[in-house]
Write a protein that binds this ligand. Structure first.
Ligand SMILES: *Cc1c(COP(=O)(O)O)cnc(C)c1O
Length: 570
């Protein structure tokens, strides 16, 4: 067991804290977009040699495995994984105080390697130690599952325990602490406590705040209220207990509650939203703060399917080390791109055949939709008017629909949406096929975004902070058909990189209008997407190529991380 990180750590390291990080397809240490972004960020850091150390929780039993029964209802089960096979235990132990008890924490090291073999460590914090009481040992088992006190305890382990672990590993002079969403914001409490202790202070003063702010960067990820962690005084007393100088400072509070978004806002030198529009919405929500925007990206080498990656290797050497090179996809012959896509589509359709026993048509327009099943993402918008959808499918060579996505175990509305989709799948005409593939995860996501013809996204504006799966599709030459929200406001060039659903929505409150958006969706399908696909394959292949050259080259984590370095870290 190594005493220290197996990797030499430079002084100017960025400590990147995230409740979830998608490390590898086999590891269920993430739930969705936030974790994928965290993993893609560290993968970009490894490629670009930006010194970074990731900090997260171990999640021994993952998020959950999804099964769908005959009636379309979701069932959840744990997804245990063998930690020893993938990570290395480190020697140091640190403690945090929870509910009046000392809880011991250890760290496992997982190593992310970049395309030039540069290695970046990720620390997975774990409290499953014999020294801890039985209840406490399970605190780092499951991601986003458990009551509010459980969540708060996890956030103390991540934020406070994470900083202590970095110190125990000798990282005394970390350059910046990046809070990827409010879950990690209690790291600022620990930095403040350190400052008070080392300066012999009993109360927080301006100097202390400045010292902490200078080290911290905060990224907020959603305008949806439930995405902003808040805890009542009772919950705080149950978990954290003592009212220290920190709590009296008011830096962690908003409207009488511990509010981790306000903690991040109050104690960071730089705050950002994750797309230009999300920056505007966040400035509206938190009007007295300065909030910038850095549009998300995806890690190109991770999300480009094997077939297309081979084409890039041949035609664009250097694309793995520098995603800007993908602009040169503009010079790849259309037929080469089309052929790589055909093979990726074949692989997806084979997978569907194995799963469902039905053979799908490789020549039929195949539309993909996959993301967390939740109300604001409107997964049933496409089925708003079944007659209309069937009519569009009948007029041409048919439409095949591939859906996937998990609902959070407590989100019955989300579960009912899945059920609604599966129920409508039972009474479709021949020209319309629909499958809901269970247990959406990064491996299935990669297969879907590279194998479908069009990537559908229907969030209710302005609630989609960014969205990233459409960026993955773009890398694979797959255009998006999406409401104008999040990244798509920046990525959509009508008819060139894909198609917009509905007009641009200007309001700050959620757009209540489903009917108009559904009508616009049908109209775009009927008049733009379907005719181009069936009647003008060269035109459709042009769109594919534009997706890669215009959007793949920009909406990636190489560009994104460089923006963080220049605007947030330096
Ligand atoms: C990319 C990804 C997401 C996020 O997709 P959005 O478009 O942002 O909703 C969620 N889950 C998995 C498994 C992913 O790969």
């Amino acid at each position: 067991m190594p005493a220290e990180l197996g990797i030499p750590i430079e002084q100017r390291t960025i400590a990147y804290f995230s409740m979830e990080i998608a490390l590898a397809p086999a590891l269920p240490t993430y739930s969705g977009g936030l974790g994928v972004l965290a993993g893609d960020t560290i993968r970009a850091a490894a490629d670009l040699k930006v010194p970074m150390v990731g900090v997260t929780l171990l999640h021994r039993k993952g998020h959950f495995h999804q099964d769908l029964d005959d009636d379309g209802w979701q069932h959840e089960s744990p997804e245990a994984w063998d930690v020893h096979q993938h990570a290395e235990e480190l020697t140091p132990r640190v403690r945090v105080r929870l509910a009046g008890r000392d809880v011991q924490i250890r760290a496992w090291q997982y190593v992310i390697r970049g395309c030039f073999e540069q290695a970046m460590p990720v620390l997975l914090l774990d409290v499953d130690l014999p020294e801890n009481q039985d209840n406490d040992r399970r605190l780092t088992d499951r991601l986003y599952i458990g009551d509010r006190c459980h969540r708060l305890a996890q956030e103390v382990i991540l934020g406070v325990g994470g900083v202590r672990m970095l110190r125990a590993l000798g990282l005394s002079r970390t350059e910046r602490f990046h809070m990827n969403e409010g879950h990690a914001a209690l790291l600022a409490a620990e930095l403040l406590r350190e400052h008070l202790l080392s300066h012999g202070k009993s109360a927080v003063d301006e100097e202390a705040i400045t010292a902490v702010r200078d080290q911290c960067v905060f990224t907020t990820h959603t305008p949806v209220p439930s995405g902003h962690d808040r805890f009542s005084q009772d919950q705080i007393r149950a978990v954290i207990e003592e009212q220290s100088a920190l709590e009296r400072s008011g830096l962690f509070e908003h409207e009488g509650m511990l509010n981790l978004t306000y903690t991040g806002l109050n104690l960071s030198r730089y705050v950002n939203g994750v797309a230009k529009r999300h920056g505007e919405v966040s400035r509206h929500m938190f009007a007295s703060y300065t909030i910038d925007a850095i549009t998300n990206g995806v890690h190109a080498a991770t999300w480009t399917g094997d077939r297309m990656a081979r084409v890039f290797d041949e035609h664009i050497p250097g694309w793995r080390g520098d995603s800007f090179n993908l602009r040169y996809a503009a010079g790849i012959p259309l037929e080469v791109i089309a052929s790589a896509h055909r093979q990726a589509k074949r692989e997806l359709l084979d997978r569907i055949e194995i799963q469902t026993g039905t053979t799908w048509d490789p020549h039929a327009l195949t539309v993909g939709f996959a993301r967390r099943a939740t109300a604001y993402k409107r997964p049933t918008l496409l089925f708003n008017n079944m007659e209309r959808l069937e009519q569009i499918a009948r007029q041409n060579g048919g439409i095949q629909l591939v859906f996937a996505g998990k609902a959070h175990p407590d989100d019955d509305v989300g579960k009912r949406l899945i059920q609604e989709i599966l129920r409508s799948a039972k009474r479709l005409p021949d020209q319309l096929r629909l499958v809901y593939l269970p247990d959406y995860g990064v491996e299935l996501a990669r297969c879907m975004v590279s194998g479908v013809d069009v990537w559908l996204n229907t969030p209710r504006p302005p609630l989609e902070a960014s969205g990233t799966s459409g960026m993955k599709a773009a890398l694979n030459g797959v255009p998006s058909l999406s409401t104008l929200d999040g990244w798509w406001l920046e990525g959509c060039i009508e008819g060139i990189t894909g198609w917009a659903i509905g007009p641009e929505y200007q309001g700050m409150d959620p757009d209540p209008d489903d009917r108009d958006d559904a009508e616009s969706l049908y109209s775009k399908l009927e008049h733009d997407v379907v005719p181009l696909f069936y009647n003008d394959s060269a035109g459709f292949n042009q769109v594919r190529r534009h997706c890669i050259a215009l959007n793949g080259s920009f909406f990636n984590t190489h560009r994104m991380l460089q923006e963080y370095v220049v605007r947030a870290y330096l």
